[in-house]
Design a protein around this ligand. Structure first.
Ligand code: FES
Length: 248
């Protein structure tokens, strides 16, 4: 479905915020933790249309935002999309984060905040206890921070170089939160570490996984995740998995 672009700007570092004006019916179907397949248009003749899976970062009225980091050609092209253009977005896709717990700890590594922010915001607004642990290499890349501050979400920032918040990895104080339900999104080494610590601490833990996706709807089998129950499709059975079922 084509949606009008409202804004597409650089927040900081290599991170951009794309906002589209969606229809009411689409917005009402969105659950925390879901994603959209955003089509990137290229001006090059014969260049295939590219789609990128991006976590639904925020919803305000009918406006739906995606926070994304420029990694390669697809996301680089996406930065060229201008307000008032239309982009094709298939959404909402995937499963969602269980909503019935009382205390949530969101563990975001880098641009992983893009897949967790909306859950943190909505669950806080629903009266649940919410803490976000947000780790980055340095202060230059903390694109999620202005949004966490805007919505008053309790956040602890960790930077590897100590340029903002606490110095060190986002995983270093996890055991202090063992009576929370953990939801983590970020690079694989971080997710692996979170899973191990959750097992040691016997904390309930979910991982939001990121895979290359071609279709986003379960048809191409290009996004498989190895689990204790065999291979699953990240786009349909995920992106949210119980940590104990994921095999790294
Ligand atoms: S992206 Fe095609 S099956 Fe998941």
């Amino acid at each position: 479905m084509g949606f009008k672009v409202v804004e597409n700007y650089r927040v900081c570092g290599r991170d951009y915020l794309l906002t589209v004006e969606a229809d009411r019916e689409t917005v009402e179907r969105i659950r925390a933790g879901q994603f959209g397949m955003v089509q990137v248009r290229s001006n090059l003749q014969f260049d295939p249309l590219l789609r990128r899976p991006l976590g639904i970062f925020n919803v305000e009225g009918n406006r739906v935002s995606f926070l994304y980091r420029v990694y390669g050609r697809g996301t680089e092209l996406l930065t060229k999309t201008e307000p008032s253009e239309e982009v094709e977005v298939l959404m909402p896709l995937g499963n969602s984060i269980p909503e019935d717990r009382e205390k949530y700890l969101f563990i975001a590594g880098g641009i992983g905040i893009g897949g967790l922010f909306l859950a943190a915001r909505w669950f806080k607004e629903a009266g649940k206890e919410v803490v976000v642990l947000y780790g980055e290499r340095s202060s230059d890349n903390l694109s999620g921070l202005p949004f966490l501050e805007k919505y008053g979400i309790e956040t602890v920032v960790y930077t590897e170089d100590g340029s903002y918040g606490k110095k060190g990895l986002v995983t270093k104080e996890l055991p202090e939160f063992k009576d929370y339900t953990w939801v983590a999104c970020g690079p694989t080494p971080m997710l692996k570490a979170v899973k191990e610590i959750a097992e040691e601490e016997k904390a309930e833990c979910f991982l939001s996984l990121d895979r290359r996706m071609a279709c986003g709807v379960g048809a191409c089998l290009g996004c498989t995740v190895k689990t204790t129950e065999g291979y699953k499709r990240c786009c349909v059975e995920g992106p949210i998995f119980k940590a104990e079922e994921v095999i790294f």
